[in-house]
Design a protein around this ligand. Sequence first.
Ligand code: XMP
Length: 526
Amino acid sequence: TILVLDFGSQYTHLITRRLRELNVYCEMLPCTQKVADLPFKPKGVILSGGPYSVYWDDAPHVDPAVFDLNVPLLGICYGLQEIAWHHGKNVLAGEKREYGHAYLKIERHTGKEAHIERLFQDLQDDMEVWMSHGDKLSHLPDSFVTIATTNNAPFAGIAHTKKDYYGIQFHPEVTHTKGGTVLLKNFAVDICKAKQDWTMGKFVDQEIARIRALVGEKGQVIGAVSGGVDSTVAAKLMKEAIGDRFHAVLVDNGVLRLNEAETVKKTLGEHLGINLTVVDASELFLGRLKGVTDDPEKKRKIIGNTFIEVFQDEAKKIAKAAANSPMAGEIEWLLQGTLYPDVIESISFKGPSQTIKTHHNVGGLLKGMHLKLIEPLRELFKDEVRALGANLGIPENLIWRHPFPGPGIAIRILGEVTPEQVRIAREADYIFIEEIQAAGLYRKISQAFAALLPVKAVGVMGDKRVHDQIIALRAVETSDFMTADWYPFDGEFLKRVSRRIVNEVTGVCRVVYDVTSKPPGTIEME
Ligand code: XMP
């Protein structure tokens, strides 16, 4: 195991991710972790970057016993300064902060000192690296030598001449640092001798063991599923760990995709064997959405609050039944499919609790229910969740499903959401997605849907004048959903989709394609 001690940098999780890509097992703990309490003996320790200055009175510092572990150390950015600080308090505020690309020159050492540049083996003498720091070393600590420099940082890389201690001012974990993964491999595999035998299969075993230990022999867990990738993978993992003591709930809010509740019942319930309850609350939701015409935020609020209400009612029922069942445990836990990008703050050393954005989002749920959160995906990135899903036997088409917003097609029906508007939007959306799949474009496109405009246009169908609604198609490519480009379909494809929608969906006489990027548009229309 490589131990990653987190000083709160926005990049710390990328270190663990890169190590996982190298099949090296690692654990991330807060930088204040006491060495005596470590549940394992690490083969090496990485000190991450962080937003502090080591010379501040309240700056975080590692347990000095880290330096008695007798294992290799790698300090990255703040981590380098922390190592230097420990060896003689020699860090200063730099005259200028340095962010972005820099050219690193590696200083090769030969003869008796050749070993100290093992960190840079298999790398060019010149490397493009990513910097993000304000402080710098004033001079080299005793027994250290320089192994790399940049124009701005004379101590961009340092190494201890006798021990395997290394410090680098740049971030090898970000993709902007060319060769960063080679450097991390040099450290973890060659210097620390960590094994490259960590696989997704092992992650599954380990997570299952962790969930079992956390929940106990009788404890029960409840969680909402949506039919999307994240909640399905999380649910399947729970099923593998505790079987039917995990209770999945799908709330049919009346604004799911066409046939969605049925499809989820089949895939999650029947195919994946998850203990699933589908609650049909569509009438309640649609009743409350009635008359809401021009305020998308109000739609979101109504749907969010009604969801909490319905989910809690169902949870109470399940809890009651569970308490009377032979398993006789109480429902103590709430499953959340939170991924790492949803976690705004990294594990905070300022307190024992881990502060997460989603805690606030489910605050309403937790308050009424006294449930503890279980988040088995919170350290994973989306592509890792997909790999995990594949490992758990989740069907390919589900793993690659486009994201679907919680408020469903209610925010794709501009204007009032009525059962008739839902029907039109659903049918058009179904055809659009079917055609995208048939054209082999589904995986190329990040998100696609049909939206329904609340205005009418004139058309002519079968010699008759019609006055019907307009469907707007939207399809985007994006890597992070923060910015997006509309997808350049060819004309034949659009012609086919348009023809089918107008012919097959009653109430639509025109189809338009949204050619707005994000920004200035958003991906959803409301
Ligand atoms: P926008 O429209 O903000 O969408 O560009 C970015 C991504 O977020 C999704 N989205 C939502 N997801 N509840 C959700 O669960 C919402 O209220 C919501 N609004 C937008 C959207 O589908 C896209 O993937």
